[in-house]
Design a protein around this ligand. Structure first.
Ligand code: ATP
Length: 440
C-alpha cells in the first residue's frame, strides 16, 4: 500500500474522513470530515487565523457563498479565465483535464481523444423560486471576491490606511473535470485567503514578505523544510489575474504539487469591479493627495491540502511495535505525530483495568475534570498497551492512566506520545500541568 492509501485507510477507520453520501455510492470529489477530521480541520483553521491576525492592520470577514452573478462577470470567471482544457475519449467518453494526459490517447482504453475545449469550472445554481436566466448564479469559486466587493464597506467602517489585509475562511466550489488523490483535488473545499491592499509601489516588497511568512507557517506546524519548495510561475501559466505568482509546492506522496498560491493581483480586481459596478473603488491618500487603485497581494490555500500534508508528514509506522514487547513484535504500530496544536484529541483518560469499579469511577471523575479544558477521550476497552496504540494512531498527545496507586495518593501517570516517557502528577495539578505542556 502506498502512503496515500494508508492515509485514506486510517482516515476512514479512525473517523477522520469519509467519502460523502457513501451509502448511495458517493458523489465524485466530495468528502465528509468525521469526528476527528473536523477537529483537525478546525485546528488548522484556528492556527492559520491566529497567525494571520497577529499582523498589523489585519481584519477578518465572512461573506456569502452566493454573490450577485455580475461579480463573476467582472472577475473574469465566466469567460475563458476560469476554464480548464477538457479532452474526451471518442470511445468510452471519459473526460480528462488536457494537461493531465500524456498523449492524445485515452489513458483508460487507448482510443483517440478529442481536441481540447474550454470547460468552465463554476457551479451553477438558481436564487429564488423561478429557475431562469435572470435567477442564475454560481457557488463561489474563490472566497476572495467577497472581500473585493466589500472593499468600500471595510474601508468606510474600519477607517484603515493601506497597507491593510482582510482574511476569510470559507467553502468554495469548483466543478473540476477530474478529481483524484483523495482530498487533494475536490469539487467542494474550504479556502483560507488573505487579500492585502497596498500601494502599487509596495506590492513587490509585501509579496516577498508574505511568501516567507507562509513558508514558515508550514514548517512551524510540522512540515519538513525539504518537503516544501517555491515555484515562480511563468507568465503563460499564471492565473488570469496574476502579475506575479509563486506556488508553494509540497512533496505529496504522489509527487510535488501546489499546496498554496501567492499572487500579486495588481489592480485587476478593484479596477474591474469599479468598471462593472460603476462605483469608485479607488483609495484616497489624504496626506499625499494621491488617488489610486490599491494593488492586492494574495495568499490562497485550501484547508484540505495542508491537512493532507500534515497527515502525510505525521504518519509513521513502527515495525515490531514501539514498546518492543514480544506480543507487539509481529505488529506494525502506527504513530501519527501531528503538531500538538493540530492533534484532534489532546488527552485520553484510561483506567488501568475496567473490572475494578473504584478505578473506573476515578478515571471518569478525571475525564469530567478535564473535559472543559481539553478535547478528551475516555477509553477502557482492551489492554492498556492496545489503548496506548489506539491513541498513538490518532495523534493524542497525552494518555493519562489511573492505576491502583491513584486510589491511594491521588496521582496518575501522564504518558507522552512521542517519547513514551511517563511521569506521575497529582490530580490537583493536572489541568495546569497539561495546559503548560500544551502551550506553544
Ligand atoms: P490547481 O492548479 O491545483 O488546480 P489552482 O491554481 O487552480 O490549483 P488557486 O486557484 O490558486 O488554485 O487556488 C488556491 C488554492 O486553493 C490552491 O493552492 C489549493 O490549496 C486550493 N485549491 C484549489 N483548487 C482546489 C481543489 N479543487 N481542491 C482542493 N483544494 C483546491
Amino acid at each position: 500500500m502506498d502512503l496515500t492509501q494508508k492515509i485514506i485507510s486510517l482516515c476512514k477507520r479512525r473517523g477522520f474522513i469519509f467519502p460523502s453520501s457513501e451509502i448511495y455510492g458517493g458523489i465524485g470529489g466530495v468528502y465528509d470530515f468525521g469526528p476527528l477530521g473536523v477537529e483537525l480541520k478546525r485546528n488548522i483553521k484556528k492556527v492559520w487565523w491566529e497567525v494571520m491576525m497577529r499582523e498589523e492592520n489585519m481584519i477578518g470577514l465572512d461573506s456569502g457563498i452566493l454573490l450577485n452573478p455580475r461579480v463573476w462577470q467582472a472577475s473574469g470567471h465566466l469567460t475563458a479565465g476560469f476554464a480548464d482544457e477538457l479532452v474526451e475519449c471518442k470511445s468510452c467518453h471519459k473526460r480528462f483535464k488536457a494537461d493531465e494526459v500524456a498523449s492524445n490517447k485515452c489513458p483508460e482504453c487507448g482510443v483517440k481523444l478529442t481536441k481540447p475545449r474550454k470547460f468552465n469550472l463554476m457551479m451553477k445554481t438558481f436564487v429564488g423560486p423561478v429557475e431562469d436566466e435572470s435567477s442564475t448564479t454560481y457557488l463561489r469559486a474563490e472566497t476572495c471576491q467577497g472581500i473585493f466587493v466589500n472593499f468600500l464597506n471595510i474601508l468606510n467602517s474600519m477607517r484603515l490606511k493601506v497597507p491593510f489585509g482582510v482574511i476569510q475562511i470559507g467553502k468554495t466550489f469548483r466543478n473540476e473535470i477530474t478529481t483524484k488523490n483523495f482530498i487533494f483535488r475536490t469539487r467542494e473545499f474550504e479556502q483560507m485567503e488573505m487579500e492585502l491592499f497596498c500601494h502599487p509601489k509596495e506590492a513587490d516588497k509585501l509579496f516577498d514578505y508574505w511568501k516567507e511568512q507562509r513558508l514558515k507557517w508550514y514548517q512551524n506546524f510540522g512540515i519538513k523544510k525539504e518537503n516544501l519548495r517555491m515555484k515562480e510561475v511563468p507568465k503563460e501559466e499564471r492565473a488570469h489575474y496574476a502579475k506575479r505568482q509563486i506556488d508553494i509546492e509540497y512533496h505529496f506522496p504522489f509527487g510535488w504539487e501546489e499546496i498554496e498560491g501567492i499572487h500579486n493581483r495588481g489592480d485587476f480586481d478593484l479596477s474591474n469591479h469599479a468598471k462593472h459596478s460603476g462605483e469608485d473603488l479607488k483609495y484616497f491618500d489624504e496626506e499625499k493627495g494621491e488617488k489610486f487603485f490599491p494593488y492586492i497581494v494574495e495568499t490562497s490555500v485550501g484547508v484540505e491540502r495542508p491537512l493532507f500534508a500534515f497527515l502525510a508528514e505525521a504518519y509513521q509506522e513502527v515495525k515490531g511495535g514501539r514498546t518492543k514487547t514480544t506480543k507487539a513484535a509481529k505488529e506494525v504500530e502506527v504513530l501519527l505525530k501531528l503538531h500538538k496544536s493540530l492533534a484532534p484529541i489532546k488527552v485520553a483518560v484510561l483506567p488501568l483495568v475496567r473490572n475494578k469499579p473504584e478505578l473506573v469511577k476515578k478515571a471518569k471523575e478525571i475525564y469530567n475534570l478535564l473535559r472543559p479544558h481539553f478535547t478528551c477521550q475516555y477509553d477502557e476497552l482492551g489492554s492498556i498497551g492496545r489503548r496506548y496504540r489506539r491513541q498513538d494512531e490518532i495523534a493524542t498527545i497525552f494518555c493519562l492512566t489511573c492505576d491502583f496507586q491513584t486510589l491511594e495518593d491521588d496521582t496518575l501517570t501522564i504518558r507522552n506520545r512521542d517519547t513514551m516517557a511517563q511521569e506521575r502528577v497529582k490530580i490537583k495539578d493536572l489541568v495546569n500541568v497539561l495546559k503548560e505542556k500544551l502551550a506553544n
